[in-house]
Design a protein around this ligand. Structure first.
Ligand code: NAD
Length: 283
């Protein structure tokens, strides 16, 4: 169903999504308002593929073909022939709404518009569109090629054929697709409040240090990462936006109250790996 995929936003998620689908055989066009972000993302992906080539996980022919399927788009208009566009831009409702409105004037009437939003309402993002039935959530996890699961989110008006198309595409790329309703935080970022927001509450109440909480959750229940390691990987700016969004959508249910610690650390630029320092330092 999808041969030509546009990806908007060349940050942590967009670059991973571009790599996933280029590897699985689709032509991918990557766009970002910052041209240098696209160059960085393409160089980053090439580097990862080179490492797989060196390790013998990828043949030279597959390496060449995958790299050749990843293209830089110089403008949004370059996405006009795509049959699917996936946005992975900043987590702000109005910005995503305005991007989709702009895209509707560029792409064909049948092009599926998917959002990688972590927590915003897919129905809300679709609300400003002329054809909300072709808008769906396609929520990947970081790093995309390695985290082989994705939430396919059905907005109130999403047509079933688009949901089916995304499930089929994800499975063809080797990811397991879970169809979720359009509830705040979907499945993962709803359950994740008990992991992340609660860990911040424990920190602010002096129950334990970030390192202690990470250690016990890794080595006790066996999570791959503790909540603070995960904040650093995700980017606290992204995680804090998710906390605020879920809180708003649940009408300020105190269970989901975001943390002032997160707000302050975002203001200070302590975002995690992407800024070199978060709850841990990165050289
Ligand atoms: P990021 O900050 O790493 O990258 C975002 C990119 O989008 C930047 O390069 C920025 O220049 C670009 N951008 C911003 N506004 C734009 C616009 N209007 N048009 C084109 N490009 C624009 O962010 P990220 O971590 O990749 O997150 C992107 C989206 O994915 C967010 O909605 C986030 O909630 C979601 N998400 C993030 C994670 C994660 O672990 N980081 C996981 C799942 C979903």
């Amino acid at each position: 169903m999808f041969n030509r995929i546009g990806v908007i936003g060349a940050g942590a998620m967009g670059r991973g999504i571009a790599q996933l689908f280029a590897t699985s055989g689709q032509q991918v066009l990557l766009f970002d308002t910052r041209s240098e972000a696209i160059d960085d993302a393409l160089a980053f992906n090439r580097n990862l593929l080179e490492r797989n080539l060196a390790k013998g996980k990828l043949s030279q022919a597959d390496f060449d073909a995958t790299v050749a399927r990843m293209h830089k788009a110089d403008s949004l208009e370059a996405l006009k022939d795509c049959d699917l566009v996936i946005e992975a831009i900043v987590e702000l409702l109005e910005v995503k709404q305005s991007l989709f409105r702009e895209l509707e004037a560029i792409v064909s009437a049948d092009c599926l518009l998917a959002t990688n939003t972590s927590s915003l309402s897919v129905t809300g993002i679709a609300a400003g569109c002329q054809r909300p039935e072709r808008v769906a959530g396609f929520h990947f996890f970081n790093p995309v090629p390695l985290m082989k699961i994705v939430e396919v989110v059905r907005g109130s008006r999403t047509e079933q054929r688009y949901i089916d198309g995304l499930v089929q595409l994800a499975e063809q790329a080797g990811h397991f697709a879970v169809i979720t309703p359009d509830t705040p935080g979907f499945l993962v970022n709803h359950a994740g409040r008990a992991f992340g927001t609660e860990a911040l509450r424990m920190l602010s109440e002096g129950v334990a240090t970030a390192q202690q909480i990470d250690r016990i959750l890794r080595d006790g229940p066996g999570f791959r990462m503790g909540p603070f390691e995960l904040f650093d990987l995700t980017g606290l700016d992204v995680s804090h936006a998710v906390m605020e969004s879920v809180y708003e959508q649940f009408y300020h249910d105190p269970r989901y109250t975001p943390s002032f610690i997160a707000a302050q650390r975002v203001a200070a630029g302590l975002l995690g790996r992407k800024t070199g320092q978060g709850f841990y330092r990165y050289e």
